[in-house]
Write a protein that binds this ligand. Structure first.
Ligand SMILES: [Zn+2]
Length: 345
């Protein structure tokens, strides 16, 4: 009896998924990549082979697009990623065992141009609303299990960086700039994810906040500002490796990335120097403006600066942060430098 039931269930399963057995192999959704710019975006959907059929349909009120791919499957069965104020989210899921639907939900209506070439579907979106505010991403260093440097009285770098970032965001509220924080609470965020966050917000400026540490001499104090400098070929290799890009098939993607970064160098240096000036104005000692290849600076596409505000190893510095004075001072310095950099009023 139980044998019979088992057979019946099997039969039912086979008939339900017959398409799976008859049409093997299904093409696999291997990746969804995006290049998001201020007024346009490119979405690249990669499959392991040519699908049976692809259809692209506008969603109600042109609030996005639905891509129906027949003869396809998603290895992880589901994909969901949120983006920014232009692209709300991209969601891929199984409509049936042999059909994948990808929903591109927009916050901002866009015209679409599609290019389907064998195993790749390219969607070029051109947003209709071209007015955008400059975007600043503040990155409070460390967080969660990573306390950063630890100063006197168990003062953690992660707590100070978060306080300054939140205060700076507050001070910038009256101005025409969108400010995002890579973390808003005491959580661990991977370095690469911080850069990804910034790129998805299409940041115009990325500022990573840190504190220096020099326990060998606790009287050392002052600020250091770093911006990214690079050699083009080494950088292309690094991006390709980190972003899982292929030098042949993703050539344009890598090239765009390198060009973006190249174009951002002058701006990074400009902001670093503006920041330096405001340090001097506010009586904080500027030890220097330097170039470096920190990960967060490398993987952000926008101008990017890493700001070592002060030395947490210096007890006097820690006192100033604990009293709240330095939280205000550094937030004010960041605010003024940002206003100056973007030419805000
Ligand atoms: Zn740090």
């Amino acid at each position: 009896m139980s044998d019979l039931i088992a057979k019946l269930i099997n039969l039912k399963l086979i008939s339900k998924y017959s398409a799976v057995y008859l049409n093997l192999p299904l093409t696999q959704l291997t990746s969804i990549k995006t290049i998001i710019q201020k007024t346009d975006a490119r979405i690249i959907i990669e499959l392991s082979s040519s699908p049976e059929d692809v259809g692209i349909y506008p969603l109600v009120n042109k609030s996005g697009y639905l891509i129906k791919i027949k003869g396809a499957e998603i290895p992880d069965s589901y994909y969901y990623e949120e983006y920014n104020n232009k692209i709300n989210y991209i969601k891929a899921y199984h409509y049936s065992p042999t059909e994948v639907w990808i929903q591109v939900k927009l916050n901002n209506s866009a015209d679409i141009e599609e290019l389907i070439e064998e195993s790749r579907i390219i969607l070029d979106l051109s947003f209709k609303d071209k007015i955008t505010l400059p975007v600043l991403v503040l990155d409070p260093g460390h967080g969660g299990i990573d306390p950063g440097a630890v100063g006197p009285n168990k003062t953690f770098e992660k707590d100070i960086t978060l306080k300054v970032a939140k205060r700076a965001q507050e001070l910038l509220k009256p101005y025409s700039v969108d400010v995002y924080l890579t973390r808003t609470s005491d959580v661990y965020v991977d370095l690469h994810d911080r850069a990804v966050f910034s790129n998805e917000k299409v940041a115009d400026l990325f500022v990573s906040l840190h504190l220096n540490d020099y326990p060998q001499d606790t009287t050392v104090y002052g600020s250091e500002v770093y911006y990214f400098d690079f050699s083009e070929s080494a950088y292309a290799r690094r991006i390709a490796y980190r972003e899982n890009l292929d030098f042949n098939t993703d050539k344009t993607l890598i090239e765009t990335w390198v060009t973006d970064k190249e174009n951002s160098l002058d701006e990074s240096e400009k902001f670093a120097n503006i920041l330096g000036n405001y340090l001097n104005v506010n009586g904080v000692k500027l030890r220097g403006v330097y170039t470096a290849e920190f990960a967060v600076l490398a993987y952000t596409r926008s101008p990017a600066v890493l700001f070592e505000m002060e030395f947490i190893s210096n007890p006097k510095v820690v006192d100033e942060f604990t009293s709240g004075k330095y939280v205000d001072v550094f937030a004010e310095i960041i605010k003024n430098a940002v206003i100056d950099f973007f030419g805000l009023k």
